[in-house]
Ligand binder design. Structure first.
Ligand code: IPM
Ligand code: MG
Length: 354
């Protein structure tokens, strides 16, 4: 098949990790006889430097015309002084909104080879952990009105959700639960927030269409605790933008490293935005030591969800497992007896095993 993929390396370690994911996708193209066209564009600070804004209309249009978009990471100290409305992160949020990718899939599994990197007691992770955090991505406090008083001494961020926004996400969650272990946990703060009460009512309505799925409701504070007390209880978790941001970082700690975690953001069609869940790691940028596996695994999700290439997606996931089995580790997941490798070398190792 032929596919057009826009790449948005972004800032700091972004270009380093995107280069590895592209290398691996090229290896897939060669092995399986596909042609992937890569169109590299600027996002975040890189776009501010070149065009004065974190996302240009041309870039957004290119993303909306592509089959899929692969993003690295945005932001960093270089642009800390930039006014709030033009920060690098704004580019990413505008991209998510502009592509209408409201459903953010953040899978959390513990690679058995990395069990030692999980900070939880071995008995807590003795049962298999396979959680799909489904985070709403284009609503919530991320996109509500913001206000700052003239004297700068008071501020407001508005949290807003509509039934439509909750319902479309919930449907995706229930469909996923059906194909997985049949369990869905909806996470909110309905004991305090009106948005969360709407969220819960809406999920309960949608649940009626999925009698085969066992649904539960949890307050986000309890969910944060349950995730580390007994992570194996969760199958699909659905939650809003802010809670999902926080819980997915927590799940990354369980998996051993933020650097391992891929994500897929989908809308109503197959076009998607794929990105690792970590940030731009300015402290290690330019040293070729970042872990590219989260981005490489995001490439696997791209093949699966946007291009429908399941075998090829599995080939990437298998190659990553193999490299871990062989003991190769970047610094963030390194342990005694393993072979420490850099970012480029990790990309080479995975690509060679496709
Ligand atoms: C993430 C990140 C972003 C978010 C930032 C960079 C805006 O933390 O993808 O989890 O909060 O969504
Ligand atoms: Mg985050």
């Amino acid at each position: 098949m032929q596919a057009n993929i826009v790449t948005l390396p972004g800032d700091y370690i972004g270009p380093e990790i995107i280069a590895q994911a592209v290398k691996v996708l090229q290896a897939v193209a060669v092995q399986y006889g596909h042609t992937f066209h890569f169109d590299e564009r600027r996002l975040g600070g890189a776009s501010i430097d070149e065009f004065g804004v974190p996302l240009t209309e041309e870039t957004l249009a290119a993303c909306n015309a592509a089959d899929a978009v692969l993003m690295g990471s945005v932001g960093g100290p270089k642009w800390d002084g930039v006014e709030a409305s033009r920060r690098p992160e704004k580019g990413l949020l505008a991209l998510r909104k502009g592509m209408q990718v409201f459903a953010n899939l953040r899978p959390c599994t513990i690679h058995p080879q990395l069990a030692g990197a999980c900070p939880l007691r071995p008995d807590i992770i003795s049962e298999p952990i396979d959680i799909m955090i489904l985070r709403e991505l284009t609503g919530d406090i991320y996109f509500g009105k913001r206000w700052r008083s003239e004297d700068r001494k008071a501020a407001t961020d508005e949290m807003a959700y509509s039934e439509m926004e909750v319902e479309r996400l919930a449907r995706i969650g229930f469909e996923m639960a059906k194909k997985r272990r049949g369990k869905l946990c909806s996470v909110d703060k309905a004991n305090v927030l009106e948005c969360s009460r709407l969220w819960r009512e809406t999920v309960a309505k949608v649940a009626k269409d999925y009698p085969e799925v066992e649904v539960s409701y949890m307050y986000v504070d309890n969910a944060a605790m349950q995730l580390i007390l007994r992570p194996s209880q969760f199958d699909v978790m659905i939650t809003g933008n802010l809670f999902g941001d926080i819980l997915s970082d927590e799940s990354a700690a369980i998996a051993g490293s933020l650097g391992m975690m891929p994500s897929a953001s989908l809308g109503s069609g197959t076009r998607g935005l794929y990105e690792p869940i970590h940030g731009s790691a300015p402290d290690i940028a330019g040293r070729d030591i970042a872990n590219p596996l989260g981005t490489i695994l995001s490439g696997a999700l791209l093949l699966r969800h946007s291009l429908g290439l399941e075998d090829e997606a599995r080939a990437i996931e298998r190659a990553v497992e193999q490299v871990l089995d062989e003991g190769y580790r970047t610094g963030d997941i390194f342990s005694e007896g393993c072979t420490r490798v850099g970012c480029t070398q990790m990309g080479d190792l995975v690509a060679a095993r496709i």
